[in-house]
Design a protein around this ligand. Structure first.
Ligand code: AMP
Ligand code: MG
Length: 423
């Protein structure tokens, strides 16, 4: 029996090691933002299917909306001039105006024409009365006046005019944007080519989902998560697989990844014996920055490999996820031409208590209670993958110390604000 005794657990076992230069989150973000620039070329894609793409040019309307003045309701159209204060009776003019079937003639002053929603206002019509407000027979309509001039009509160009910028360059297209662009007369759109992002997992323990794990094996949880995150963000993915902790295998995978615009790796990013990513990036790449004052997260390696930026994420899935949302997402957005992105944060009352120590930013797995309070996953253990799935977002706690009691305002970052579909 040796005389060795294990070291006692320290009270503050998560304290930052002395003498280490931890980069605050905001500084790391600033550095990233300054270091990167858009890399994607332009291409033209059909409007149908352009959702998720990023506009490479501002779009100016080719057609106004509405293109001509039209009826906002089903009813009867006439010249306002012919109406007065009290009850109004107008003889009916023969014919009707419908959407896509305009009335060809002119409606004489003092007469009313049957008109349907979306129909271009015929000459002689500037006002429409709702059919429900009318008494009608074969030859006339009657309604209570007064009616406002222009009632129930839409002015040409009231939504947007020809030549007006409807969307800026860098806009990330969503389904409602396609409606806007279709209405503006667009059929093809100038967009940035999708960013190509490669994903690599590293670790001798990693087992492909579906395979039988060997001794000490665990399933590769990061790759399915990261690949689908990237797809949700509109990037093209390159799967570099899970590689063992072997510098040659990792080098080969990184070389293949260098064809992409960016590489996300997970695992092996610390400075330990088996941390081959950071070792390789240091000896053969350019490791520019790491050790971010962030929980969960450290270490994060930011490096260049044969000209391609590498985001060396921590292996543990919770930290890998948080670092991807906080660092990789805005960085990739910037590279894709969409511009730097800041996650949506809403201030809500805490539904938990916590005494936060100073020195690093913390992200807690969280979700909203029906009352709108942020509740957090009971365990902060960064190995708890189930907490990621339990959560609908993150609570972001500042670098400084913070005493949180029930009701303390905290910053809640919904997953949806990171481009993930809400439940
Ligand atoms: P590392 O950063 O390589 O030291 O890994 C930190 C922890 O994360 C270890 O417990 C690893 O087994 C685990 N880990 C690394 N990569 C993955 C992965 N792709 N999926 C699940 N766990 C992982
Ligand atoms: Mg490892």
């Amino acid at each position: 029996m040796s005389g060795l005794t294990p070291p006692p657990l320290k009270d503050d076992c998560f304290a930052l090691p002395p003498g280490v230069d931890w980069t605050p989150v905001d500084e790391a973000l600033d550095r990233l933002r300054a270091a990167l620039h858009p890399v994607a070329a332009k291409e033209t894609v059909p409007l149908f299917g352009a959702s998720g793409r990023v506009l490479a040019e501002p779009i100016y309307a080719r057609r106004a909306n509405p293109p001509a003045p039209n009826a906002a309701v089903d009813g009867y159209g006439f010249a306002h001039k012919a109406t007065g204060e009290g009850d109004v009776t107008l003889p009916l003019h023969p014919g009707r105006a419908a959407a896509g079937a305009p009335f060809a003639g002119m409606v004489p002053e003092g007469r009313a024409l049957r008109i349907l929603t979306g129909a271009t206002l015929p000459e002689g019509v500037d006002t429409v009365v709702l059919e429900e407000d009318c008494a009608v027979d074969d030859s006339a309509i009657a309604f209570r006046g007064p009616i406002k001039p222009g009632a129930n009509t839409r002015r040409a160009g009231e939504d947007f005019e020809v030549g007006q910028e409807v969307l800026p360059q860098g806009h990330h297209l969503r389904p409602p944007d396609l409606a806007l662009l279709a209405a503006a007369g667009m059929a093809d759109l100038p967009v940035f080519r999708r960013l190509r992002v490669a994903v690599l997992s590293t670790g001798d323990e990693l087992t492909e989902p579906g395979d039988a794990p060997g001794p000490g094996g665990i399933y590769d949880a990061n790759r399915p998560m990261l690949l689908s995150l990237l797809q949700a963000w509109g990037h093209e993915i390159i799967d570099l697989g899970a590689q063992p902790d072997d510098p040659n295998a990792i080098r080969a995978a990184l070389d293949k990844g260098a064809e992409a615009d960016a590489i996300l790796t997970s695992g092996g990013a610390s400075a330990g014996d088996e941390d081959h990513i950071s070792a390789l990036l240091t000896s053969e790449g350019h490791l520019t920055s790491w050790r971010i004052a962030l929980k969960p997260g450290r270490p994060l390696a930011l490096a260049m490999w044969r000209g391609t930026p590498v985001f060396g994420l921590p292996g543990n899935p919770v930290a890998a996820f948080v670092c991807t949302l906080i660092f990789a997402r805005p960085a990739l957005d910037l590279m894709s031409g969409a511009g730097w992105s800041t996650p949506l944060a809403v201030t809500v009352p805490a539904g938990f208590t916590k005494s936060k120590k100073p020195g690093r930013r913390e992200f807690l797995r969280a979700r909203l209670t029906p009352e709108g309070r942020a509740e957090v996953f009971p365990s902060e253990g960064s190995g708890r993958i189930s907490g990621l799935s339990w959560a609908d977002g993150l609570v972001e706690l500042p670098d400084e110390a913070m005493e949180i009691t029930l009701g303390t305002p905290v910053s809640y970052l919904p997953y949806a604000g990171f481009g993930l579909a809400p439940r």
